[in-house]
Ligand binder design. Sequence first.
Ligand code: PTT
Ligand code: SF4
Length: 616
Amino acid sequence: MKGWFGRYLYIDLSDKSFRYTEIPGDVLRNFIGGRGLAIKLLWDLNPVGVDPLSPENHLILATGPLTGFPLPSSGKMVIASKSPLTGGYGDGNIGTRAAVELRRLGVDAIAIKGMASKPLILKIDCGKVEFMDGRDYWGLTTKDAEDRLKKELGEDIGVLTIGPGGENLVRYATVISESGRSAGRPGMGAVMGSKNLKAVVVKGCTEPEVAHRDELTKLGAEAYRKIRESAGYGFWIRQGTMATIEWSQKNSCLPTHNFSEGVFEYWEGIDGYIMESMKIRVKGCPNCNMPCGNVVKYVTSTDSGEAELDYENVAMLGSNIGLAPLNKVAHINLLADLYGIDTISLGSVLGYSMELSEKGLLEERIEWGDFSKIKELTRQIAYREGIGNLLAEGVAAMARKIGGDAWKYAIHVKGLEVSAYDCHAAPGMALAYATSPIGAHHKDAWFIATEVRMGRFDYTLEKVERIIWLQNIRGGMFESLTTCRLPWVEVGLDLDYYPRFLTVATGYTYTWDTIHEAANRIYTLIRAFWIREYEAAGVRWTYEHDLPPVKWFVQPLTRGPLKGSKLDMDGYMGMLKHYYKLRGWDDNGIPTRFTLDRLGLGYVAPVLERLGIALS
Ligand code: PTT
Ligand code: SF4
């Protein structure tokens, strides 16, 4: 086998055992790797209806057939599991040395189940699996834990660690690496915490075989050169994703005051130019020649430090909670990284609490932009102290617990807080969020940029087709390769390189048709996983799970050039129905028997039928 190893490492933390298990070649060809492999393993390995925080849930660490090769931005991997935040499929993509080292272990993935009796560190060195005592590490921040592991085990290791957020089962705790890379918005850090797994340390020493090495090296060098010579390269290196603050403000989609508005009065205090003035260095993921990890040095009246900033972090911890200028936002971003909690969900639960407080639906007084209160709440969330225990559950659970009208202001889809694009005037982006396979996240279809070009107020079938195409490329292909999508998105690297990379790496001829078919298969299996898990929990699957937050339909923007805008439910439903039709799903978003058979997923049908679902 070329490009893959054809096996994964299965680890049971309960009895500290491990074994290698073969992955058939057709599974790898059909699911590619990364997210595709992760959902296939979760479907097969997880007991139906498993509690996400129980030992029986599996945590999957997966690379893809391009990971670690000398190809643009190939130092990425996927961390996936059943999500404790949403109850469905969850994953995240992280750029870290751990991705490259994991690949060099001679496996395509690691599946971890069980629960250690005491805090533990999983160390895998050249295929040797060690269960290290992690008690001295429990309680450390992500940075302290990684620094200490590197001091003890050497600098040349890959480390994935959780902080107090994951240890305390904050439902949106993430896995952190290299002090500023974060993965697994839907609570992948809490899954690690539930297993008493403080960190995974990897050091590899083998290489996957390449089908056509010379061609791969030549193609990779050519693509690196194209990136370097692209027109947008210089500005990207200066601002990275932070340039989006200005873009979002100008296009009225910068989330402000819990997604009530799309423009923020103090946006210039948190934009990419301010970031440039505070920048001290740039970090990058392995094998990347367009690094975008902008590290700033900040000082406030009470704190100082260094933080790595990205658009999503700054929008959600800035405009969405009324906080400015950037030095204060940077501090909250750093706290989130140290505690190991997702910045997007954090910004959403804080904004939600502020709005509820303003409306008298929450007793606690929490003012917009109150820096010291925000710091304290962030700490309380990570340690589940006081009101932090409620906020650690995420906005959907908060709405259920608070009751009354609270649900009207909760900004989430399927329990995952919406990432940083307001959609009062973006029906296509709203549909992209609502149909994202992990809940409301922009990674599968960052449709907003296309929508600005196509027209903000149109509910067209053409938009739906474009969203599915984007989801298949971003969420299907890039998440499975696994490489960073930003060379294509941000500096325009020709997409046609990717089937060629796949073909020279694996020796199988990948065309756009086979890639889209794999993406459709991955999307449909993820959808079946959600349905299976919801039905097993007694929740009927209907189209209502694919609706964006109600606020965007009923509460128009009151400021900015798009003042008065809100979504139209009839228009949205027309798009959603067309979406289902194109995916081969029925009117409730359930894959039809024909679609399952066509994608080679025939084994899904009896499982869903046993749960009482009538497939059309
Ligand atoms: C990603 C999500 C994002 S997406 C951001 S900023 W972005 C937030 N970053 C967080 C952070 O930082 N700290 C923290 N405690 N929580 C955070 N939550 C948020 O997580 C990231 C980059 C970025 S920066 C983006 S868009 C691209 N995402 C990619 C992707 O999803 N797939 C892919 N093949 N390539 C991608 N390239 C880009 O990677 P999640 P990273 Mg991240 C500090 O993980 O769970 O997918 O959520 O991976 O290595 O940090 O790189 O404006
Ligand atoms: Fe990592 Fe940024 Fe490079 Fe992508 S562009 S690989 S996120 S440093």
